[in-house]
Design a protein around this ligand. Structure first.
Ligand SMILES: *Cc1c(COP(=O)(O)O)cnc(C)c1O
Length: 363
């Protein structure tokens, strides 16, 4: 009751979401994305949960994130999605047994300069249309020569990433998949195409490996669909407490810049959470929250340590009542829309002032 901003992470929900991934892609191995501190959920507890549930591999962005998991004794295969950035990282990747997602020839040069005998595990990432990382498709013959002259490398497979998988009506995804398939026709090696949106919306993207991130945390990457509608359970619930309730007459201006004016005499509540905790300042008046289980809305600007709330729909609210910002019954996707952003950014934006609590009701 004394904590002001609390993120409660339900590890059973993460296990449930992994089971849903397996239901969507029953013939695929699962590489779960736990980069960015497991999308703000806590890399080590999430990775432990996924490992115990038998996930096939984990994926992180960079060496620092991989080392954090190895230091916590996570033994599952871990892929470095941006590959290695230096000779030191190449050595560390071999030592820690990491899978390196190689996306450029300069990284191959670093790897080929490693002392003989180091066991390197490599994916090759191809650019099938995203135009961010990856080899052009025309590089595939050269990449096959690289594999031929480095027989000690363990080749994990061919990877690509979809740019518009969350838009079921556009043809870009089909074009990317076709280009990837045509380029690799008859060539050996596992294939991996789909992130969460790819594996949810495009059956033909569910290949040897799927790489879900967001959906493991229970949020939907597909516009107009919540995680719940897709059979997922939001894993993180962000709560705060009411620390003030005041009644103001019609016309009163609330907060910085007087961006909200009370349309009638009404109660305004103050919750002890703000942009320094990770509530986007762009979250506009009218965005939904819950106060003691009743709907309420943001009224006025988000400030550093507090938000102000229209309590007209929660007339019984009292000091100390719980305020839910997003979570199990308040989809982060919907809150994100009110802030002009995505659930991804809400999750990653939580700061270290938020107190994290882990629950595992099913364990
Ligand atoms: C982050 C990431 C994923 C996971 O994406 P989601 O949209 O969170 O499912 C998959 N593949 C790559 C290469 C990534 O960088």
């Amino acid at each position: 009751m004394n904590q002001r901003a609390v993120a409660t992470v339900n590890l059973a929900a993460i296990r449930h979401n992994l089971a849903q991934v397996r239901r969507y892609a029953p013939n695929s191995c699962v590489m779960g994305a736990v980069k960015a501190d497991a999308y703000g959920h806590g890399a080590v507890p999430v990775a432990r949960t996924l490992e115990a549930a038998g996930i096939d591999a984990l994926a992180v962005a960079c060496m620092q994130e991989a080392q954090q998991l190895r230091e916590a004794h996570i033994r599952a295969p871990i892929a470095l999605l941006e590959g290695i950035l230096s000779a030191e990282e190449a050595t560390l990747a071999a030592y820690e047994g990491l899978q390196i997602v190689v996306n450029d020839f300069w990284q191959i040069e670093l790897l080929e300069r490693m002392p003989q005998g180091a066991t390197l595990q490599v994916w090759f990432k191809l650019d099938s249309g995203m135009h961010r990382l990856g080899f052009p498709l025309s590089a595939v013959p050269k990449l096959r020569q690289v594999l031929q002259r480095n027989r000690s490398w363990r080749f994990c497979g061919w990877m690509t990433h979809l740019a518009r998988a969350d838009e079921p009506e556009v043809s870009a995804t089909v074009e990317q998949i076709e280009a990837f398939d045509i380029t690799l026709a008859g060539i050996a090696g596992a294939r991996s195409i789909a992130n969460s949106a790819g594996l949810l919306a495009w059956q033909q993207a569910r290949r040897d490996w799927v790489r879900p991130g967001l959906m493991l945390y229970g949020a939907s990457p597909l516009p107009g669909k919540t995680g719940r509608a897709l059979g997922l359970r939001p894993a993180l619930t962000l709560t705060s407490r009411l620390i003030a309730i005041r009644e103001y007459p019609a016309g009163s201006a609330i907060g910085y810049g007087a961006s909200y004016r009370c349309p009638e005499t009404m109660k305004i509540g103050v919750a002890a959470v703000g942009y320094a905790d990770g509530i986007p300042r762009s979250l506009a008046s009218g965005a939904p929250v819950q106060v003691a289980g009743r709907p309420a809305t943001i009224a006025g600007r988000v400030s550093m340590d507090m938000i102000t709330l229209d309590l007209r729909a929660a007339p019984q609210a009292r000091i100390g009542d719980e305020v839910v910002l997003w979570g199990e019954h308040a989809p982060a996707e919907i809150v994100a829309e009110h802030a002009g952003t995505l659930a991804y950014e809400l999750f990653c934006g939580l700061t270290n002032r938020v107190q994290f609590e882990y629950v595992d009701p099913a364990a």
